[in-house]
Design a protein around this ligand. Structure first.
Ligand code: AMP
Length: 308
């Protein structure tokens, strides 16, 4: 069984979509990543921070899914990271209404001793120095380091981001961020430039239009499953990352061929995430539902043209 180390925010989210509004619910990149990865045979742990306002029931929900939470620091008298977002009618774009870093603002990650030898490290969207600190605490170079980031860090911490990007194997970003990072409109050119910056594999997420995987001259595309019910896209990117890294940690095979499967696994799990608010769908997700939808994925993309 592979070991997966996850670093990312653990948060209270308040979300508004055209279909409704939540109060403060469980959010943050790390729970989405962890819940998705829990669909695979992996030992996973989250490194993060919360305040003592964070309910025990949310922590229990993670341990119930066999996620090690000994690396989640609880700061006495501290407040948990809070994020509020409102989606536009097409659900493709959103406005961030509130970001309160609170305890995340001064977070200094501590990797639990028994995860310093993790096979796969999934660095969720955080300050690049925090991501680097986790890499530096590993006993030996993990088999695979995957990093997720966003435009905020490109705008504010470019040099630090470039330093950590040099150290990693796979980067996951969305199409607009790939263009911003490279000043290239073509995603093929953008992916080539990003590979020159360090990561040998580049995953470009295109929301409801699927995801692309680039490695040298190889390109693979996975569609997003066309869904009847899209309710709340929050965490879809993180769920994708959790499925991708969880599958690679379970299989231990980091070839391009297996990464194609990982992209499908990530896309498949993300398709569940968006069906309910926050983590609601992922908490209850059963293996047989995941497998059934994987079959749908297969049918969606298979065709049989005879070339003469
Ligand atoms: P996604 O929809 O995949 O972009 O991820 C949404 C999650 O990211 C939410 O649950 C938020 O709590 C979390 N989040 C939003 N902004 C930040 C930030 N600046 N740093 C860390 N996590 C964030």
């Amino acid at each position: 069984m592979g070991k997966l180390l996850i670093v990312g925010s653990v948060a209270f989210d308040a979300i508004e979509t055209p279909f409704g509004k939540t109060g403060k619910i469980l959010g943050g990149a790390a729970p989405f990543i962890g819940l998705a990865a829990s669909q695979f045979k992996v030992k996973s742990a989250i490194v993060s921070v919360v305040g003592d306002d964070f309910p025990q029931e949310y922590l229990d929900l993670l341990t119930d899914r066999n996620i090690d939470i000994s690396g989640i620091e609880v700061v006495k008298g501290g407040k948990t990271f809070y994020w509020e977002g409102r989606y536009h009618n097409d659900l493709n774009s959103r406005d961030t209404l509130v970001t309160e870093l609170n305890t995340l603002g001064t977070f200094s990650p501590v990797v639990p001793e028994n995860f310093k030898n993790a096979d796969v490290v999934m660095l969720g969207n955080l300050h690049p120095n925090t991501q680097m600190s986790v890499i530096n605490q590993m006993e030996e170079r993990p088999k695979l380091i995957v990093l997720d980031t966003m435009n905020f860090w490109m705008d504010n911490t470019w040099d630090e981001l470039m330093e950590v990007i040099e150290q990693i194997d796979v980067i996951t970003i969305n199409d607009e961020e790939a263009r911003q990072m490279t000043k290239e409109y073509s995603l093929v050119k953008a992916a080539a430039k990003i590979q020159e910056m360090g990561p040998k594999y580049v995953v470009i997420k295109k929301g409801e239009h699927g995801a692309l995987l680039f490695h040298k001259e190889n390109i693979f595309f996975a569609p997003a499953l066309p869904l009847e019910e899209v309710f709340d896209p929050t965490g879809a990117g993180d769920t994708f990352a959790g499925g991708f890294s969880g599958y690679l940690a379970e299989t231990g095979n980091i070839s391009f061929g297996n990464m194609k499967n990982a992209i499908i696994q990530g896309s498949n799990l993300a398709s569940f995430c968006v069906e309910r608010f926050g983590t609601e769908r992922m908490v209850k997700l059963e293996k047989h539902e995941v497998d059934a939808r994987l079959m749908q994925f297969k049918e969606l993309t298979q065709f049989n043209i005879e070339l003469t």
